[in-house]
Design a protein around this ligand. Sequence first.
Ligand code: URP
Ligand code: ZN
Ligand code: ZN
Ligand code: ZN
Length: 470
Amino acid sequence: MDVVIKNGILVNADGKAEVDIGIEAGKIAALGKNLSGRKTIDASGKYLIPGGIDIHTHLETVFGGSQTADDFLSGHLGAIAGGTTSHINFCFPDPGQSLLATLAHWQQKVRSKSLIDYGFHLVIREESHLEELPMLLEKGVSSIKCFLAYKDTVQIDEELFFKTVEKAKEHGLLTMVHAENGNIIDYLVKKALANHFISPIFHARTRPPELESQSIHFAASVASMLKAPLYIVHVSSEKGLEEIRRAKAEGTDLWAETCPQYLLFTERDLERKGHTPNLEDFEGAKWVCSPPLRKEEDQQALWEGLRLGLIDVVSTDHCSFHFLSQKTRGLSDFSKIPNGVPGIEERMALLFHYGCKQRNLPMERFVSLTAETPAFLFGLEGQKGRLAEGYDADVVLWDPNKRQVLSVDSHHIQLDYNLYEGFAIEGGPDMVMLRGKIIYANGQFFVEQGNGNYLFRSSYKHSLNHGTKS
Ligand code: URP
Ligand code: ZN
Ligand code: ZN
Ligand code: ZN
């Protein structure tokens, strides 16, 4: 063996074991007792978990007219420092641009910057994109995304959504959906602004949870009618989750995701007061994302959903915009605040601390939510998301007692604030290995630009065992 990792507790979605990991040529070559190799790593007192997979990121993206603060390089630095070794980013075609041209453009953007492995989902914006769905699998793309919100930009209508889900199924693709009723949101926003309601809290007041649950109900009904798979991104509300519960119980091939921000903040954060001169009342803009942050009841329902397996994946929706130079576009009109929050760096540690440590979420569930189920759903099974023979040796040595105080002063992403500023948490990666190579250890990076591989993903496999993987 090239490397043997000893004395750790290996965790997969279906169980824990005290075994050595033997690594050869970037792959896991053996799991067992008393393995020997040219190099030995001692993991006493640590968990060995599969590298995190964040399947919902917006790096180096223009969204709502603003360029995200993080590009692929800074996003990947943050990902590594947090124990994430693969991610899938959304590619938005420009109006009139084909899917294949869009994909080629994004592959070119990431190539020279990449530090970790990356894949792409393509966003469906127009009818002509349907013709290209049959070509996506041969390009290694097994998932597409539809927006039912963001009227007049990326929103598509119900008919195009229906046709997309139908054709995606036919060609082995998983459809993802941002489910909120964009038409009614648009009306509520205009009405609020006409009444001079301009501050960040009105972002939440104009996007009530009913507009999420109604849209999830619609999207799930389409999936049910077509017997097609569907993945609901960033579920934020108890009402939304109720629709997930109902559809899953009826046997719809439906999968749901939430993100740390919905588990840890509420709409009250949109009313925070800050210390930046002249922006004291605008602090809440940092927490503007869509769907918006909700109430304590919603948080509780989401935690319960994670435990019960109603929610299958925790990803981040990392979409970062600087506070001073970007969020302030919406100083006198909340609807102009760029929508999005960071998370790629903190996802794993937040779920570990607030989930495993504080709410007894089993370590196996933690691994299922952050790596194995994402790999299974997005065509990476057999390669990523699990510590098993033949898989890529993406291994994280997770120290359950590592103390961290999250802060803008110590994060690795490129953003002028940290959404979790001052959060004191326990747990984090001591060492991160990607395809057998140590890329991060004891706070130091050992990786060069261009290190990441394109994730050539295989077709969505229908799962009869409904609900969570493992
Ligand atoms: O506010 C958000 N979530 N921005 C990113 C785009 C999206 O809706 O996922
Ligand atoms: Zn979205
Ligand atoms: Zn319903
Ligand atoms: Zn998103």
